[in-house]
Write a protein that binds this ligand. Structure first.
Ligand code: NAD
Length: 444
């Protein structure tokens, strides 16, 4: 049963500190995450207790650990694992290696994971972690030692049925295999294989799933397809501008082009490109992996444009798939797309949302649009648990079903509550979370 108390400005947290004071101490990214779910909590009228529980993470683990560098020096690193909520199942979420990683960013990302897994109907909670480093600044052997020592420092804070990391920005399948191997070495010999599912997003050879590498990009294409289909919009030849050409961006580009759309602009940390006749993702990926030395700047068959002009490019679909806080209020006023598909987490700033809404721009929110990654991570976890191997066709079909169902669900919730798709996504997730919170009750 939900408590229909309306929110009061001076509401107090469960710990007695005024909730607003607690929130003011949080970073703007975490505030963004909390304010997003608070809007949905208002629509649903959920209890103060449930608001307080979901406003702060359950556990925050910070580890400082030493690693020997190639030149013999010992460097200290700080790693994070924030476990936001496990009402629906084991904590689940990526590991991010980026200089911008700090406790507040990880809190926000962990919070989004709780709502993402709930929305996708997965039996997982939400977590996130990472290290504040630029992985490109370290040699492969240094990176391996950093990952292994981080995993060792986390110890039993992660586990195959407790908290299951996955790749995110700056990490990849190799990172996950190092984490898995280190975790396995820390346990008993007899469990070496049963603990493989302590991480997902592994290489296929080491127990990963077919389709995990492209899952987030593929998922956003399925979500856009389901939304367009329900709206009666034909996506054929629709022009896409895409920011970020990493895991999500590259596979987003490939799957969108395969679905019949045209990639007209791409931006990453090195520059921005435009070609109204279309950019070939395969060509761009080959360039990035060879001559581009990890970036898209200087790629052939497209004109270099100013980074700020990227946001004004003529297009129908905009896919931010790089980092957070990219769609500012200023940029929102210039965006020409009629739909934004949030591949990245938190790319739209709170101040930009009303501007986009006034201009009739639909936002397919991150908690839905990029849920393909965690969904196929769940498939990988299931396969590891059962000792099974699914085909790519099977994975894709199941992913399409999850993304389509979640998209149609939030479109119908948005109609019921006359709200944005973002608010509808949080309402849907909150309904699932509060149902279980109510049934389980408060301990003790
Ligand atoms: P990645 O490290 O593979 O790629 C990041 C991309 O962003 C690169 O192309 C980089 O050039 C670009 N970038 C970084 N800083 C930039 C800047 N200042 N301006 C423009 N471009 C910039 O990361 P990823 O795994 O593709 O993740 C991208 C986003 O998607 C993140 O927000 C991540 O949390 C989210 N996400 C990833 C997954 C996944 O499965 N990898 C799943 C869900 C959500």
């Amino acid at each position: 049963m939900t408590n229909t108390t309306t929110p009061r400005p001076g509401r107090r947290s469960l710990t007695g500190a005024p909730l607003k004071v607690m929130l003011r101490r949080m970073s703007s990214l975490h505030l963004t995450a909390v304010s997003q779910f608070e809007r949905a909590a208002d629509l649903l009228g959920i209890s103060d207790a449930h608001r307080a529980i979901l406003s702060v993470p359950e556990n925050e683990v910070i580890v400082n650990f030493p690693v020997t560098m190639d030149d013999g020096r010992v460097e200290m690193f700080r790693g994070y694992r924030v476990q936001h909520n496990n009402t629906l199942g084991p904590f689940k979420g990526g590991m991010r290696f980026s200089p911008a990683v700090d406790i507040d960013e990880v809190r926000a990302l962990a919070t989004w994971m709780t709502f993402k897994t709930a929305l996708a109907g997965l039996p997982f909670g939400g977590a996130k972690g990472g290290i504040s480093i630029d992985p490109k600044a370290y040699s492969p052997s240094e990176l391996e030692r950093i990952v292994r020592r981080f995993t060792f420092a986390l110890g039993a804070n992660i586990g195959p049925d407790h908290d299951i990391p996955a790749p995110d920005m700056g990490t990849n399948a190799q990172t996950m295999v190092w984490m898995m191997d280190t975790y396995a070495q820390m346990g008993s010999i007899a469990d070496r294989h049963t603990v493989r599912r302590v991480v997902t997003g592994k290489t296929i050879a080491a127990g990963g799933s077919a389709g995990r590498d492209k899952a987030t990009g593929q998922g956003l294409t399925f979500a856009l397809g389901a939304w367009a289909n329900r709206q009666g919009i034909d996506l054929d030849d629709k022009r896409v501008a895409l920011q970020g050409f990493g895991n999500v961006g590259e596979h987003g580009a490939r799957t969108l082009v395969k679905a019949g759309l045209k990639l007209v602009a791409v931006a990453d940390h090195t520059g921005a490109l435009h070609n109204a006749n279309g950019i070939d993702p395969e060509m761009l990926w080959r360039y990035k992996s060879t001559d581009g030395a990890g970036g898209i700047a200087g790629a052939p068959e497209a004109e270099a444009i100013d980074l700020e002009d990227f946001w004004r490019v003529d297009c129908d679909v905009l896919v931010p798939a790089a980092i957070e806080n990219q769609i500012t209020a200023e940029r929102a006023a210039d965006i020409t797309a009629s739909v934004i598909v949030e591949g990245a987490n938190g790319p739209t700033m709170t101040g930009a949302e009303p501007i986009l809404a006034d201009r009739g721009v639909t936002v397919i929110p991150d908690v839905l649009a990029n849920a393909g990654g965690v969904t196929v991570s769940y498939f990988e976890w299931l396969q590891n648990r059962a000792g099974d191997v699914w085909t790519l066709a099977d994975v894709d079909a199941r992913l399409r079903r999850v993304m389509t169902d979640a998209t149609l669900q939030i479109m119908s919730t948005a109609e019921t509550y006359r709200c944005s798709l973002r608010d509808a996504a949080y309402v849907t997730a909150l309904e699932r979370l509060t149902t279980v919170l109510n049934q389980r009750g408060m301990f003790p």
